[in-house]
Structure formats: C-alpha cells, structure tokens
Design a protein around this ligand. Sequence first.
Ligand SMILES: Nc1ncnc2c1ncn2[C@@H]1O[C@H](COP(=O)(O)OP(=O)(O)OP(=O)(O)O)[C@@H](O)[C@H]1O
Ligand SMILES: [K+]
Length: 301
Amino acid sequence: MNKMMVIGSISTDFVVTTDKRPEVGETITGTGFETTFGGKGANQAVASARLGADVYMVGTVGSDIFGKELLLNLTTNKIHTDYVEPVTYEPSGSAHITIADGDNSIVYIPGANNEIDTSRIQSLKEAIQFAQMVVVQNELPQEVVDEIIELCFESNVKVIYNPAPAREVQQSILEKATYFTPNESEFHQLFPDMTISEGLAKYPNQLILTMGSKGVYYHDGESEKQIPSYKVQPVDTTGAGDTFNGAFAVAISSGMSMDESIRFGNLAASLSIQKFGAQGGMPSLAEMKESEHFEKTWNIK
Ligand SMILES: Nc1ncnc2c1ncn2[C@@H]1O[C@H](COP(=O)(O)OP(=O)(O)OP(=O)(O)O)[C@@H](O)[C@H]1O
Ligand SMILES: [K+]
C-alpha cells in the first residue's frame, strides 16, 4: 500500500443558498443551509484514501466543536490523524459560501490552518522521508510550502505541488517539485509572461495543467500532449481539482505511466463532479472499477 503524506488545510464549508444576496444592513430569509467537509488538504487526502492509499494527514484544527468533526471525518475516511494538531488560540478553518443566481461568493477564514509553521515541518522530517509521495497545496503559509518542497527535494521524496489558490511562487521552488498541477488561472498567475505552450515546454513531465472539461495538458519532452476529460453532466464541480490531484498521486506512486495516471485522475474527477460537495462524490476504488472507462491495466498498489 502506498504511504502518502498530505500536508494542508482542513476546513468546514458552510453553504447558504438564497434567491438574492442581502444588501449591507439587510436581513433576508434564505432557502437552504448545509455544512460539508472541505479544505484542499483534507479533500486531497480523502480522494487518495478512498482510492486505497495509506494516507497520513498533516495539518491543524481548532480545539472547537468543528475541529472534532473535522478529525472524525478524516478517521471515517481511514486517514491517519497522528500529525493533525489541535490549537487553542484559533478557530478551525472555515469557508462561508453563499450561492445565489447560480454563482457563489466565499469568505475563507484560514484560522488554525495558518498556525502550522516551518519548525513543525522540521519536526516531521523523518516521517516525511518515509513517505512514497507528499502532496501539498497553497492553503498554508507560503514559507511552510517552500520548506516542505525543499525538504522533499533534498531527501529525494516525490512531491506533488498543487499551487491553489493562486498566488506568486518563486521559480526555484516550483522547479524542485516533482510535479506541479495548476489550473488555467493559476498557470497565468505563476507565469504571467508565458503562453501555455511555452510553460509546458519549459517544464516537461513536471507541469501538469488541468483545464476543466478540456482535460489535462503536459509536455513529454518531445511534444505537447492533451489527455481529454470524460464527458459527463456536472452536478457540482467543487472539488474537481482536489479529486484529480488525490487520484493522480495514487496512480503515479503506484508506478502507472504519466498518461495512465492522468486518465485515472480525470476519471475520478469526472465521477466526483456528478455529486454535491467537495468530498461527497469522490469515488472509491470499487466505484472506479465499475466505470466503463476503467482500464484493466491500471494497477493500484
Ligand atoms: N465539466 C467537466 N467535465 C468533465 N471533467 C471535468 C469537468 N470539470 C472538471 N473536470 C475534471 O476535473 C479536473 C480538474 O478540473 P479543473 O481543471 O476545473 O480544476 P480546478 O479548477 O482546480 O477545479 P475546482 O477548483 O472546481 O476544484 C479536470 O482535469 C477534469 O478531469
Ligand atoms: K462535487
């Protein structure tokens, strides 16, 4: 079984649906309320664990009621929580999402997620060196992300860096990631002066660009390649990118080829967007195998 370490955010999504948004000072009656589990780190951990990886989550939750639920959700998904620390001085991370007119507006409060620091990463050095794959995203302080990638690079541990949400990142850090996986807008934030083709050619077999329904692009050292997505009717695309990253991580660390691993990621993502919530539709390996697109040669270890 693949030992994987996912270092990142763990949050609750509070989702309000309403016919219109309130004006400043106004109170209105909405139409619905739901809480779902989120945080890019936790989402990617759940995606990998459902597909059979042995996942260790590294992160921070508040010592509030939400923190307990967040931990319980991880263990329910068979994720090890030994490296998830409760903190007392910040609330658990949360995203406050209002959906009106088919569009969402979001207030994200990192809270406990910002309390992880570089000394915590140093204290986990041995555990990190023991992982077959490390996965990290941008919902942590950038100096912590930098420290993780530097440590993996020096220790020869494979690391997938999902630079989401978009922000500036030093080129020297990107270069040290085994793979980095922006979507289209994150790509343009990382490389404001480059076309997509120029970026792909500069980082062959390393830059994996997800383009929603258009599929995934990378350069194999000889030419640019496009791996198409699977045609489905999306219900809720929240968590598509997280599912892709978690599934790609499982496939590539199982020794599957780049093309196979991307197809595996695309298939998992296409199943996930047919259900509500970031984690709600993330498939198990058994559900993947039931798909007509599952390939017999895909061998998950
Ligand atoms: N409409 C769609 N139809 C089929 N597959 C899709 C669709 N949207 C997304 N996907 C799948 O999900 C993967 C990731 O999607 P995308 O590039 O939109 O990432 P993202 O912007 O990080 O997603 P999100 O922020 O919504 O989680 C794609 O590579 C593709 O496989
Ligand atoms: K979904």
